[in-house]
Each structure stands twice: as structure tokens, then as C-alpha cells.
Design a binder for this molecule. Structure first.
Ligand SMILES: [Zn+2]
Length: 512
């Protein structure tokens, strides 16, 4: 079986066939940079990262564009409140987004176009639509797309006219009288004093103003695709399910009316919502969890990715503390298995036949799962199965080799759910102070050496570090913070990072 993907356009799983062999153009709607992106936004970006990584693992050359929406109502409002020019105000959120993306190991897109850098392309697109008689200038000076003159409208969202009218009047413009039809949406919004105040207005033949959000994506996608490979049709366009209507429907209308092509993208893929302990995340309810909250809490990105990928991208996902704890444990177990394999792998690449067979079985199941509309939960199950079987073989003294290492490298290239190149040793002493090492060591009865035991024996070093972590915990309980800090420095010097996790102390080996 080759790659099959669910296409929102046909509401069916279809074999994936790119326009040109060996390469894929992928456009994904990026963040609106008015705030820190929350974990719901990142669920979508992680689904797209999985898609991108699986396409690459399957041998495709992927041209991936993710836009940054730096001009819209929210960014303009934020800039006005901060009393800063728009471009300057959003800079901090662009930096934050890139930092969060790196933390979550989301691969770099080929391009991150900023909307305000593409105003001339947007003006050209609007002008073209006016010339084709599909867009018109409303009484309020804004330019609208005439849905009645584009018969294919509604093909993606499959909403009937009544629903379209309700959606359009709610989301597109407050002034219905400026438009010929309530369903019409704004391509270009006439400049208002508040736009001018933050530098969010540009001259155009059809009047000074700023682009509508939908227009931004069409213009940037068409522009960058033309530059890269030529052509007006994308292979895949992806985003969250909330973007199907009106955003993606409008992107299709603008782009196809402009290019004359029947399609804007051949495959439309949408990731489902994330809820937080059963409720949809929203500012209104104050239940927002950002990527940086997780980073500050010391949550490893591997665990976040594991939690997200453990639910298929087309299913709703509920984020909870319990799910996160389970993901951390799962990620830790996989990391431990990887470490064991790396340590035990035969020097000459020789491999025990049973190991080679287990690795080949994993690759087969994993590939079949991902080819089946990116079934990451099944891919993860295959990985855990391989870890179980592999651990058993290691216990028997069987030697892993090239096959096992390649299998783990594939898992890392696609899912990347293991801890960040470290071995995590968790101590959960629950307040007794007897955490790690033997009780005698932890209670300070035995003299502990200041430096790790010589010889570089991993197990002996870990035991030494665990014992000192126990001492540090005791020092903290006795409010001897100076001693606790000294111990932390001593551990750092030996390559261990000690942190206060939620369930006791955890130490992380920094260098492998
Ligand atoms: Zn978009």
C-alpha cells in the first residue's frame, strides 16, 4: 500500500499522487502573531509536522510554506494598545512562535512569509479579480468578492446557502449594506483611522486599505509556489478544522477565480480540535495552556509529541494531567530502550537474527500505519511493541545492530517522541527524603564522594548522582538552600541536571 490521505474536498481517503513525481508543495496556515500560540494551535502545527516528516521519510522533496498573519483586527488592536507600529509590535510574538516551535521540534518550513511583506502580490490579486468582474468596490470603500459570480463556491465546506449567509454575516463584515450580497466577503478593507495609526494601511488602485485575512494566504501561496516550481496548484493545503469555513472556502474562491484553475490545492487536510480536560480552550474561560507553560514546567517535548500523536489527527483530543503523565512515562520508556540498544549494538554492525526480524517487523507495521492516513497511534503502538520485544531480546543477551538502529532512527525522524538526547532518571521519594540510592546513602550516613566514581561506568555514575539528589532533597527540606545549590552545581559539573518535578525530584543526564 502506498500513502493514503483523507481529503476534506472529497470526504474520502484517497491515494496520494503528487502533481510532479518526487515532490510535494505544502501550504499550512500559520499563526496570527498577536499573542503566544496555545497548545491547541500547536496540535495543528504538530499534525502538519507529522505530515511533512512522513512525506520526507517517504522520499518526497517537500516545499513547505507557513505564513505568519501579522495584519488583522487582533494584531492592529494589540499594536494600538501598546502604542507601537504594527510591524514592530508583532516582532515579539514571531520570535516567541519560533522559539516554541523549536522547543516542540517542529521542522523548519521552507518559508515563513509575513503578510505585510506581500502587499504588492495581494494588490495584484484583488486588481485581477476586479478586472475579471468577480470583485467589486462596496459603498464603504472596501473590495468584496462576489460569491454569486463564482459557482463553485461552497464545494469544500458543503454548507448550504442558508448556513453560508449566517456564517458570512457573522464573520466577514459588520456593514451588510455595503455589499451586493450578504455572503460576499472582504478582500480588501478600506483604511480606518485606527489602521493608519499603527501603519496598517497601504495604497492601491482601488483605494487605500489593508488585506483581508483570506486574501493573505492565497496571494502568498501562489507567489511562493510560482517562484519555486511554477504553477498555480498546490499539492496539499492543511490547517485546523475551524479553517474549513470561511477561510479555506474563501481561499479557494479567490485563487481559482484568479488563476482560472479548477483547484487551488488537490488535497485539503484538517486537524481536529484539542480540549483541555473536557473544555474547549478559550481566553474567555481563562483556560489557555501555552507551549511555554509546558516548557517552564520542564515537560520534555518528546512527551508532548507523544501525547498529541497518540490520538489520530482527525479525532478530538482531550489534554489532561493524567494523559501528560502517561505520555512522559511512555516517552521515558522508549528513551531507555533506545539507550539500551545504542549501548548494546555490535561494533561491526553485526546483528542477532531475532533482533533484525523484530526491527523489520516494526518497520513494516509502522510504515503501513503512517501510510494509512497518518495513523500515528498505530505507529506508536508498533514502536512500543518493538521496545517490549527488543527489551526481552536484550535481557536474553541478543545483540542489536544496523536494523534496530535504523528502525529507531525512523521513529525519531517521523514521530520524535523520545526524551531530548538524555536519560531521565526519576526519583519519587514522596517527602521521606529517602530518595534514590540506598536509604543509608540518602540519609547521609555514608560518606559520599564529591566527584563521580572513576572509570565512567554509567550505572555507578547514575547511582552516585541519585544519592546526591537525595541529599539535596534533604537539604531543601531542612531549608539549607545554600547546601542544596552546592549539590546542584556538583551534579551539573558531572553532567546531571537536577530539577524539582511535580512528583519529587528528577535528574536528567545532560551528556550521553
Ligand atoms: Zn490560510
Amino acid at each position: 500500500m502506498s500513502l493514503q490521505l483523507y481529503n476534506t474536498l472529497s470526504r474520502a481517503v484517497e491515494p496520494f499522487e503528487p502533481l510532479a513525481p518526487g515532490r510535494v508543495s505544502l501550504y499550512t496556515c500559520g499563526p496570527t502573531v498577536y499573542n503566544f500560540a496555545h497548545i491547541g494551535n500547536f496540535r495543528t502545527f504538530l499534525f502538519e509536522d507529522l505530515l511533512r516528516r512522513w512525506l520526507e521519510a517517504s522520499g518526497y522533496d517537500v516545499f513547505h510554506v507557513m505564513n505568519l498573519t501579522d495584519v488583522d483586527d487582533k494584531t492592529i488592536k494589540g499594536a494600538a494598545e501598546a502604542g507601537a507600529p504594527l510591524r514592530q509590535h508583532v516582532e515579539q510574538y514571531i520570535t516567541a512562535f519560533q522559539e516554541d516551535r523549536h522547543y516542540l521540534r517542529i521542522r523548519d518550513a521552507s518559508a515563513y512569509p509575513r503578510a505585510t511583506d506581500f502587499i504588492p502580490s495581494m494588490v495584484r490579486l484583488v486588481q485581477g479579480l476586479i478586472e475579471r468582474g468577480i470583485a467589486y468596490r462596496g459603498d464603504d470603500g472596501s473590495v468584496y468578492f462576489a460569491i454569486a459570480r463564482f459557482p463553485a463556491y461552497g464545494r469544500l465546506s458543503r454548507l448550504d446557502t442558508r448556513e453560508l449567509r449566517a456564517g458570512a454575516s457573522e464573520r466577514v463584515s459588520a456593514d451588510e449594506y455595503a455589499k451586493e450580497d450578504a455572503r460576499d466577503f472582504a478582500l480588501w478593507k478600506a483604511a480606518k483611522p485606527e489602521d493608519e495609526a499603527v501603519g496598517a494601511a497601504w495604497d492601491a488602485p482601488f483605494g487605500r486599505g489593508r488585506p483581508g485575512w483570506h486574501l493573505e494566504c492565497s496571494a502568498m501561496a501562489l507567489d511562493l509556489l510560482k517562484d519555486k516550481w511554477g504553477g498555480d496548484v498546490l499539492d496539499i493545503h492543511a490547517g485546523g478544522v475551524d479553517l474549513i469555513f470561511p477561510h479555506h472556502e474563501d481561499e479557494i474562491a479567490q485563487s481559482c477565480a484568479f488563476t482560472g484553475e479548477e483547484q487551488f490545492a488537490r488535497y485539503w487536510m484538517h486537524g481536529e480540535f484539542l480540549t483541555l480536560s473536557g473544555t474547549k480552550m478559550s481566553k474567555r474561560f481563562g483556560n489557555i495552556l501555552t507551549a511555554r507553560d509546558l516548557q517552564v514546567e520542564g515537560v520534555d517535548a518528546g512527551a508532548v509529541r507523544l501525547l498529541i500523536f497518540n490520538t489520530h489527527y482527525r479525532q478530538k483530543l482531550d489534554w489532561s494531567d493524567e494523559a501528560l503523565d502517561a505520555a512522559r512515562e511512555g516517552s521515558r520508556r522508549l528513551g531507555e530502550f533506545r539507550d539500551r540498544v545504542m549501548k548494546a549494538a555490535g561494533a561491526g554492525g553485526s546483528e542477532d537474527a531475532a533482533f533484525a526480524e523484530a526491527a523489520a517487523g516494526f518497520r513494516r507495521d509502522f510504515t503501513a500505519a503512517l501510510d494509512d492516513d497518518l495513523n500515528a497511534p498505530r505507529g506508536l503502538a508498533a514502536l512500543f511493541g518493538f521496545a517490549r520485544e527488543g527489551n526481552r531480546l536484550l535481557d536474553e543477551g541478543r545483540v542489536p545492530g544496523r536494523g534496530a538502529l535504523d528502525a529507531l532512527a525512523l521513529a525519531d525522524a517521523v514521530l520524535d517522541v523520545m526524551p531530548s538526547g538524555t536519560t531521565r532518571l526519576e526519583i519519587t521519594g514522596a517527602g521521606s527524603g529517602a530518595a534514590g540510592g540506598t536509604a543509608a546513602e540518602a540519609s547521609g550516613v555514608v560518606e559520599l564522594p564529591q566527584v563521580p566514581p572513576p572509570g565512567g561506568d554509567r550505572a555507578a555514575m547514575d547511582a552516585w548522582a541519585l544519592a546526591w539528589a537525595g541529599r539535596r532533597r534533604e537539604a531543601k527540606l531542612a531549608r539549607d538552600y545554600a547546601e542544596a545549590d552546592r549539590i546542584r552545581e556538583r551534579l551539573r559539573a558531572a553532567g546531571y541536571d537536577v530539577r524539582d518535578g511535580r512528583s519529587g525530584v528528577e535528574i536528567v543526564r545532560l551528556t550521553v
